[in-house]
Design a protein around this ligand. Structure first.
Ligand SMILES: [Zn+2]
Length: 312
């Protein structure tokens, strides 16, 4: 084995002013990471000392940089996939690079509590990638709840693209719980996209959506659904969706998948019909009628200001 000798930066390249020599023994001196707001400016590794979980075991996320750090920290070690986080403030992600949380290879399995906060101005652009979303991929042991992704939230991916979650996996017969999640942004993709769950390829895994909504826009080629691009036997309670965009499969444009079960759900612009899925007009969405029909304390609306029911 031949080693580079001399002073190396943390990413393994020669430090400024260093001429590398080579030898059979390891004679390299590494410079320390250059951390700025939790991320090394040279090699991009997250600083393990940047944030600590609070007494309840959550990483408290109060800044855009902390959210970026949490995604990078989860990605840096498979043992971090089950870490829990809780937003403690609304976040404006403008100009902050963010890769999404988890991956199809190592799905996120922790609790992500949005703390009833909103994330805005976040852009993820991975045109050729499968499994893209705020959570790129989740295991069914994950619990994602109380989060709104607002109108300047833009995600681009290829397949299995979701606003909240791109892709879900887990053991046969398992269930993922998704509660009080809102999506008002835009998704751009080829196939299998939806605002809350892009795709659950395994038909023996079920999603339970409670008090989730989308008024966002999905621009796809095929196999999209306003709430999910494929989730078989999904159970939806007190959810609503505005179908807006392209890539729908006629008759399955709210949720694609084998026999979704709707309870007190509402849609505008859909061709899908099912028991428990009623329609609303844009006037009813604005004037409080939809809010009244949802009859769910998770929602609130200031009529005249909010154009749709929001999460409390
Ligand atoms: Zn570094």
């Amino acid at each position: 084995m031949v080693y580079a000798c001399g002073t190396l930066r943390c990413d393994g390249t020669a430090a400024e002013g260093t001429t590398l020599t080579y030898a059979n023994t390891n004679g390299a001196q590494y410079q320390p990471h250059v951390f700025d707001q939790g991320i090394c400016q040279v090699c991009s590794v997250p600083d393990a000392e940047y944030l600590y979980p609070n007494r309840q075991g959550y990483y408290p996320i109060s800044t855009p940089q902390a959210l970026r750090w949490f995604a990078a920290y989860v990605a840096s070690n498979p043992a971090h996939a089950s870490l829990d986080a809780r937003l403690t403030a609304d976040l404006n992600m403008r100009g902050i690079p963010f890769d999404g949380i988890g991956s199809i290879a190592v799905p996120y399995s922790g609790e992500f509590d949005g703390g009833s906060h909103t994330i805005d101005y976040l852009t993820i652009r991975k045109t050729d990638q499968n499994g893209v979303g705020f959570i790129n991929s989740a295991h069914t042991t994950a619990w994602i709840h109380d989060l709104t992704l607002s109108s300047h939230f833009a995600i681009t991916g290829y397949r299995y693209v979701g606003g909240i979650i791109g892709h879900v996996s887990g053991p046969e017969g398992s269930i993922i719980r998704l509660e009080r999640l809102g999506f008002e942004g835009t998704l751009t993709l080829n196939n299998n996209g939806g605002a809350i769950v892009g795709c659950i390829p395994n038909n023996n895994i079920t999603a339970h959506l409670r008090s989730c909504y989308s008024v966002g826009k999905i621009t796809g080629t095929t196999e999209c659904g306003a709430l999910s691009g494929w989730s078989s036997y999904a159970r939806l309670t007190n959810c609503y969706a505005r179908v807006n965009g392209s890539g729908w499969e006629t008759g399955h444009d709210v949720v694609r998948g084998f026999t979704p079960v709707f309870r007190n759900c509402y849609t505008y612009g859909a061709k899908q019909t099912a028991e428990g899925l009623s329609t609303f007009t844009l006037t009813e969405m604005r004037n409080g009628t939809l809010l009244q029909n949802l009859n769910d304390p998770a929602y609130t609306q200031v009529t005249g200001t909010d154009t749709n029911p929001k999460l409390r």
